[in-house]
Design a protein around this ligand. Structure first.
Ligand SMILES: [Mn+2]
Length: 406
């Protein structure tokens, strides 16, 4: 049984350099080719043979849905077409574990569950980790003599804890910045948020100035019901028709009628009508610009707390990882998220588990405090052990670290 694990490709990202996408596609093609030709490479003194994997684990942040290039999610689709075409053609099952930058795909967990591709291979999405939890503990899967557990790793971030807590509470993924990102991807907002923000500010300030002088009488108008019975006939009739439409489930019609009804009532009061128009227009420009402001500042906000470039050791020892809360039952925990292919443990800090980080296909190699943080890394696992490896293009592989178990 062989597994290959990759994470953090961030397809569609702003700082995404096409070089990484090309490296990733080249890598996928190489994995596809393992079917016909196994590859033997040197890991220290040992020769390791890389077999065709039965499973390919995509360990999160494959897509950049939080902060795509120009804030435009179309760029994610553009960057994904080629890699996903190759993926669908590969002769192995695909396991997509959701990360934080692609967490909205978690909603697909029930839909994309053992979906069989034309070549007979399966594609499955796991919202949290692989394998899934059974009862209270999550037991790893056995490959050779060891058990392995796969998760993206943002779960170890202190800063993500509040999001996770609220998500657990309401029973669905909660991500306020994702909500702004959704709003930002409305065409008018995406293209004109700066202009819209200017208009919103002007309307808001002018309106504020105006209503501060006229607010009391304005509120009196729309909030006082018509006094005489005769003037109540029209609203009552409209109400009955409205109720009829709601019962018949003509919701759009009901909504339109309600607006008309409200409008005609307010029409008798000029300032009330003006307030409605002002509120609607100002609201439109607020929605058409504030998500742009948020979407364009969130990167700076996130960079203040980001866990990127942390080694597996830093994740554990900086208390990003809390072993007392850990319910994972596995010898080896494989995670990504920090973009730093590295390992830590087993020792008491790690609950006597080995932690291996799959690194990334993102950016360039970088020397960080004397340690190389490589781009374009992956993990190969088979019965003989686990290996952190580095794709250098053109079929060139280098072994970074080996964890023989056999
Ligand atoms: Mn991540």
């Amino acid at each position: 049984m062989a597994y290959i694990v990759v994470s953090d490709v961030h397809l569609g990202s702003k700082v995404y350099d096409l070089h990484n996408r090309d490296m990733f596609c080249g890598f996928l093609n190489w994995v596809r080719g393992l079917e016909n030709k196994e590859e033997t490479i040197k890991c220290g003194t040992k020769d390791v043979t890389i077999h065709k994997p039965e499973n390919l684990v995509l360990l999160g942040d494959m897509l950049e849905l939080w902060d795509p290039k120009d804030g435009d999610r179309d760029n994610v689709i553009k960057d994904s077409i080629i890699p996903f075409s190759i993926l669908s053609d590969m002769n192995c099952d695909k396991i997509y574990v959701i990360g934080n930058h692609d967490d909205s795909l978690g909603e697909l967990e029930d839909d994309v569950n053992n979906v069989v591709l034309p070549n007979g291979k399966k594609f499955t999405i796991y919202d949290r980790h692989y394998p899934e939890k059974k009862a209270d503990t999550a037991t790893g899967i056995h490959i050779g003599k060891k058990s392995y557990f796969f998760l993206h790793g943002h779960q170890f971030d202190k800063e993500q804890a509040i999001l996770a807590w609220v998500s657990d509470l309401i029973g669905e993924s909660w991500n306020p910045l994702g909500w702004f990102q959704d709003l930002f991807n409305i065409f008018d907002t995406k293209k004109h948020w700066k202009r819209n923000f200017l208009i919103f500010s002007l309307l808001f300030l002018a309106g504020g100035f105006f209503w501060s002088k006229f607010l009391p009488p304005v509120l009196q108008g729309p909030l006082t019901f018509p006094g005489s019975l005769s003037s109540a006939i029209l609203p009552v009739l409209s109400g009955i028709i409205l109720l009829f439409f709601i019962i018949k489930r003509f919701y759009e019609l009901s909504a339109a009628l309600f607006v008309l009804f409200l409008g005609s009532w307010l029409f008798s009061n000029q300032s009330g009508l003006l307030a409605i128009i002002w509120g609607t227009v100002t609201g439109y420009f607020a929605l058409g610009s504030i998500p742009g402001v948020v979407a364009n500042t969130q990167r700076k906000f996130y960079n203040m707390f980001k866990a990127t470039d942390k080694t597996a050791e830093q994740v554990i020892t900086d208390k990003y990882y809390n072993k007392d809360k850990d319910t994972i039952e596995a010898d080896i925990v494989v995670f990504g998220h920090t973009h730093f292919a590295s390992s830590y443990g087993p020792n008491p800090d790690t609950g006597n588990r080995l932690f291996i980080n799959s690194g990334c296909f993102y950016g360039k190699d970088k020397n960080i405090d004397g340690k190389m943080r490589y781009a374009n890394t992956f993990i190969y696992i088979d019965d003989g052990g686990a290996y952190i490896m580095r794709w250098q293009g053109q079929g060139k592989i280098e072994c970074i670290e080996a964890f023989p178990t056999g």
